[in-house]
Ligand binder design. Structure first.
Ligand code: NAD
Length: 357
């Protein structure tokens, strides 16, 4: 039986992080009342804020809190004041350390573009409206972690390495999610050149044939995928790929809806779930109360899905969509004749539109 009270660790982080997390907390608090479950929040430090207070971007007590929690909700880390710090103290190092320590191996980034966002997209609205894809990126392996990895004055070496079990577990996640998304997986690799991609392709095909024959599978080279994502994003259901290609393709797909402030993400493992907007700490707008909290609120919806509260998750997504359709928009999306809302006012409008059932 699912627990009636969930323990959530809040990592607000730096810059706009605390501003957008506060709005997600508002929404989670109200939705838990409507759907009759409990949420206990515990705040912990990460990133620059953790370096300032505790001398580490991912302190032990933060890790302990994350391990104890049913899920973790993160704002963003980083800022220009930390740029000169040595690598082990950089806010982004805290993030990478956390992902590895929690073994959240699957990064999920949904990209859905409705009419409001299509109008702000740098691409033609008729090309992007109706896009509804999910990038499933392997997050704790591949070239970011492969050894040998070194540089000297003459050469630099990074190693792209994947093992069969690493590919199998991420492939299974992609196929499972595809069942709710057009029943289609596009596995992206560079198998025409890279040995590691040849293994990737073979293993993905094997998992498909043995366990997910009902799901449509196609393989695509990463260079073509980058082009197709811009030319015809509506063709995709789930894009399954490794760490490096996923990093690049998910940022490319983030352009489609016209604002970084709309895009949520989840990073899940066998026992942990980490939920965060894809944007950074946005130092240029931090402290002004104008950041779009939708990406963080939608990340909280993904968290509710992960916790098994599917109906509550759907209600949150519907409330965000309704808020924007009603013309309540933050500065990143607003155009005349609507006046932009503050971060907090947008959160209030979403809360007003939350409905049970
Ligand atoms: P960014 O995502 O912070 O900002 C890029 C642009 O998008 C900025 O103009 C910003 O104002 C805008 N933007 C971002 N979020 C927005 C929101 N919610 N509403 C409205 N506009 C929004 O990327 P950056 O400027 O390259 O990086 C800033 C800092 O964030 C750096 O220190 C970087 O390392 C860090 N960063 C952290 C993460 C993370 O925590 N996961 C991700 C990316 C970057």
């Amino acid at each position: 039986m699912k627990p009636s009270t969930y323990n959530i660790t809040l990592l607000s982080g730096d810059g706009v992080g605390p501003e957008v997390v506060a709005e997600a907390v508002k929404v989670l608090t109200r939705i838990s009342e409507l759907f009759d479950f409990g949420i206990l929040f515990e705040s912990a430090l990460i990133g620059g804020a953790a370096v300032d207070d505790l001398g580490s971007p991912y302190p032990d007590q933060t890790h302990e809190s994350c391990k104890r929690a049913d899920a973790v909700l993160l704002g963003a880390v980083g800022g220009p004041q930390y740029d000169g710090l040595p690598k082990e103290l950089r806010p982004e190092t805290g993030l990478l350390t956390m992902r590895k320590a929690l073994d959240v191996f699957a990064n999920l980034r949904p990209v859905a573009v409705d009419g409001v966002q299509a109008a702000r997209s740098p691409l033609r609205p008729e090309k992007v409206a109706g896009t509804n894809l999910l990038v499933v990126r392997e997050l704790v392996g591949g070239i970011y972690f492969g050894t040998p990895s070194f540089r000297n004055d003459f050469e630099g070496v990074s190693t792209m390495r994947y093992t069969r079990p690493e590919i199998e577990r991420i492939a299974r996640i992609a196929f499972r999610y595809a069942r709710d998304r057009r029943n289609k997986v596009t596995s992206v690799d560079k198998a025409n050149v890279l040995a590691v991609s040849q293994l990737w392709r073979e293993v993905v095909q094997g998992i498909h044939d043995a366990e997910f024959e009902d799901v449509q599978l196609e393989h695509m080279y990463v260079d073509n995928a980058a082009m197709q994502l811009i030319l015809n994003p509506r063709q995709f259901g789930v894009i399954l790929t490794g760490n490096l290609f996923g990093d690049i393709l998910s940022d490319a797909s983030a352009v489609l809806p016209g604002s970084l402030g709309m895009l949520p993400s989840a990073s899940i493992g066998d026992s942990s779930g980490l939920f965060e907007p894809i944007h950074g700490s946005a130092p240029d707008i931090a402290g002004k109360g104008i950041a779009n909290p939708a990406a963080t609120i939608l990340s909280a919806a993904m968290m509710l899905d992960f916790l098994g509260e599917k109906a509550a998750a759907t209600a949150v997504r519907q409330a965000v969509a309704k808020t924007q359709l009603d013309g309540f928009l933050t500065a990143d999306l607003a155009t005349d004749p609507f006046l932009p809302l503050t971060t907090s006012a947008f959160g209030d409008e979403v809360v007003k539109r939350l409905q049970f059932g």
